[in-house]
Structure formats: structure tokens, C-alpha cells
Design a protein around this ligand. Sequence first.
Ligand SMILES: [Zn+2]
Length: 314
Amino acid sequence: MRHVIALDVGGTGMKAALVGADGELLHRARRPTGRERGPDAVVENILDFAAELRAHGVRAHGEAASAAGVAVPGIVDEAEGVAAYAANLGWRDVPLRALLAERLGGVPVALGHDVRTGGLAEGRVGAGRGADRFLFVPLGTGIAGAIGIAGRVESGAHGFAGEIGHVVVRPGGTECPCGQRGCLERYASASAVSRAWAEVSGDPDADAADCAAAVVSGDERAVRVWRDAVDALADGLVTALTLLDPRTLIIGGGLAEAGETLFTPLREAVRRRVTFQKLPSLVPAALGDTAGCLGAGLLAWDLIETTDLAEVTT
Ligand SMILES: [Zn+2]
């Protein structure tokens, strides 16, 4: 049975799957990246893991995987298949596509940025299913974005497209590690809300989920912290939708787990700000932490389609 290898490489762990032609998950596996042993060890672990998945395919489905898709963090040159930079893995210019292709018997390999790959899955088979234009924005430790256009995710000329977390929403505001001040993710990421609520509540262990719970119970201080985050987020999102005119705006990550506590005021805040722009539907992400792996599978299947087409036309 024809299938592909899908691999989602995070900072500490890797998720993998064998995926069939209709997106069915034939096999799933996880393992640590082993980053404590250094950047080269992580690469070795990925190659070994991929080889084992290939062998599993041969045993269980009678043939080796026809392609592989891999999602990695940091800055990714998708055209060249190089993981350009990943601070949490200590990577610089790792030619992962070539290394994997060699290890997997020369099959085509697609390399994708983790958020863009997860966004691809959310747009095609998750919360944005069927949307021709979407924007996926996960609110986690930071804030990133994936711009979906006609079934693909735009990576930009240098692999930086979609970095909505570093759109300045409060000029001259809080310093950001990126070198600017007042970036969106300083105000509206799950980490930013956790920091703000820990300070206001006086509990150093309080986090964004605690803040959301305090909002529901009517705590005035929490309501203020939450409103500041929602306002900053709405400012950033309106900038994005003015530029991109998406049909669907998919919000994910830890902060989105607050559900309607976030979505009701956020829809209202966005609606208040737009004048001529068309309002997209604003929906929670649907795939959770499986988005990266599912997206990696889609990248691999897209590659097979392209390869098959090339064979037909030559
Ligand atoms: Zn920044």
C-alpha cells in the first residue's frame, strides 16, 4: 500500500506517522530528539527514526514509503531543503532534505517550517477545511503565523513570511528579543499573558489559563489583563487581514484553549476595528498538536503528486 513518512520535529520530542493516500494514519510513533547530546545527535536521531519508519512500512504495508515530509522549528529554507537556524536544537544550515533522501533510498523529501506545516494541515483538513485563503495564528510561547493561499502556505522570499508575532502593535513598547519594541507577541502570546497575570495577581506560578479562569469568575484585575491582550491581538490581526484578506482566521496555541473566553471578545474587538475590510470567520484551531505531523504528511503527498505529474508530462 502506497504511503508516506510524516515527521514533526519539536524542541524536545519528535512525532511521526505513516500516512496513506487519503490522509489515514497507518502508524504513529514518538521519541525524544536527544538534544542534550548536541545538534549532530539530533540529526542522527531523525535519520535513524526515519529509517525505522521506512522499515516498518516495508514490513506492515509491503512497500517502502514513497516520500517523506518533515516539519522543523526555526528558520527553514524550504526551497533548498535546509534547516537554516533552530535555536532550540542548536542547528545552523543543516541540509536535512539531502540527508533524509540519502537515508530513505532516494525518495523525494519535503522540508517545512513547523508553524507553516501545521497551518497547511489546519487550512486543508482542520479548522479551515476548504478555505482558499486563510491565516493560521498560534498563540503559544511566542506568536507565529501561516499564510494560506490556494491550498499552499506562503513562505516568503527568505523563509520569514507570516511572522505576525513581530508586527509592532505598541510602538516604543516592551523590548522583544527580535530587536524591536512593542511586538505583538510581547502582549498577546500565552507566555505574555502568563507573565502579566503572575505580576498582577502576585502569584509567580499563575499562568494564562489561570488568568482565563479568573476572567470567567469576574476578577476585575484579570479582566484588565485579558482585555489588554485581546486589544493587542486585535490590532495585530486587523493589520494582517487588511493586507491578506483571508476567508478564515484560525487561532490556535495555548491561549486559544480559553475557548469563548478568548473568541467572543476577540471577534468583537476585530469587528470594532475594521472599516472597509471584510470580516473573516474567526475560528479555533481543530488539530491540536497533531497539526505538524498531519501537515508533514500533506507536504509529502504534494511532492508525490508533483513527481507523478512530471513523469506523465515527460
Ligand atoms: Zn519581536
